[in-house]
Design a protein around this ligand. Structure first.
Ligand SMILES: [Zn+2]
Length: 355
């Protein structure tokens, strides 16, 4: 543990040095025709005592997010997704060093904390909504798990595999939340719902019906953000891993979420973000259905920037750079430069941290 901490500090020092030398600006100077798409989930301070939802879904505190947006504004040309779609149709040029800021899932803190930071800097963003959760008290399974594990008197939880995980402090308890979430992530939707039910019973936690009120955006808040230029895309209706669902279920998830975003905002939903977004979370069949549903653009969570040429060739599998809570500014700059392996040396962008 001590050794790992020491090595981590060394890597951070190296990243700090490379950042100060401006090394991370070299890739975009050599090739300014790279599209950099950032992916965030929540912008909030998760260090407060009563934080009882899923911590790994927090991408940055409002202060860190502001520093990151200063960096984006200074070094990139942030554009809305509709400009990218217009460029693909041949209707307008794309600036060099184009960047797009995206948020997944649809948390209320995107309005409360992220939007003021964006507005102050004249930046825009797109939020991909899992439409069943907007304006409902229905929690995502990861927030439900965190709530139950934070509110139980017990000090162990049974995973759906039958394995027990115990904890002794808040750090090991957070780890147990993560393990439970990981253990259900790839289950079919009905088994996931059953596992949520079993979890609260196992831990003896009665989850009040208002436990998650205010956590996600309501449709009125979506319209409020839409009226000030924030774009919205679809992220399915119930947030399944699409390669674990039948193709007819995928078709339904895509068309329902696209229709709902359009109906509620009164604007076309041009783009889609794959839940989880890793290489095994979408397939050629899924991509075909995304196209068939009428999406012009779709975003994965395969790391790194995408060349303009690749965006033109494959607009339904555009890469995004996952921003996690551990991103210091040099680490953030390294990720944006596509030097993902160095940036993630100690906090890998794994399936554990994508939602
Ligand atoms: Zn998601």
């Amino acid at each position: 543990m001590k050794k790992k901490f020491g090595r981590s500090r060394i890597i951070n020092s190296i990243l700090d040095g490379l950042f100060d030398l401006g090394i991370f600006s070299i890739p975009r100077q050599i090739n300014p025709h790279l599209l950099t798409v950032l992916n965030y989930h929540r912008i909030v301070d998760s260090s407060v005592n009563d934080f009882h939802t899923f911590k790994p879904n927090v991408s940055a505190s409002p202060e860190t997010f502001a520093l990151q947006m200063d960096y984006v504004k200074k070094h990139y040309n942030a554009i809305p997704v509709k400009h990218l779609a217009a460029w693909l149709r041949g209707e307008r040029p794309l600036p060099s060093r184009a960047a797009i800021i995206t948020f997944d899932d649809g948390y209320f803190d995107n309005l409360k904390y992220a939007y003021p930071v964006l507005k102050e800097r004249g930046l825009t963003a797109i939020i991909f909504l899992a439409t069943n959760y907007m304006g409902s008290n229905l929690p995502f399974y990861w927030d439900y798990a965190a709530y139950c594990i934070c509110h139980t008197d017990k000090e162990r939880v049974r995973l759906p595999s039958g394995m027990d995980v115990s904890w002794t402090d808040s750090v090991s308890r957070d780890r147990a939340v993560n393990q439970w979430v990981w253990s259900v992530k790839y289950l079919p939707q009905d088994e996931k719902l059953r596992a949520m039910d079993d979890l609260s019973k196992d831990l003896g936690v009665a989850v009040p019906s208002n436990a998650f009120v205010g956590l996600y955006l309501t449709w009125d808040q979506v319209r409020e953000l839409s009226s000030v230029g924030i774009e919205f895309g679809a992220h399915t209706s119930s947030h399944p891993i699409l390669t674990r669902a039948s193709l007819s279920q995928v078709e339904n998830e895509l068309s329902v979420s696209k229709g709902r975003v359009q109906e509620e905002t009164g604007k076309p939903a041009l783009s889609f973000a794959y839940p989880n977004g890793g290489a095994s979370d979408f397939s050629p069949e899924v991509v075909k259905l995304v196209q068939k549903t009428g999406f012009e653009l779709a975003f994965t969570l395969m790391p790194g920037p995408t060349s303009y040429r690749s965006v033109k060739k494959s607009p339904l599998t555009i890469r995004r750079i996952y921003v996690g809570q551990s991103s210091t500014l040099p680490r953030f700059a390294a990720k944006l430069a596509g030097i993902e392996k160095v940036a993630d040396f100690f906090q890998p962008t794994s399936g554990m941290s994508r939602y």
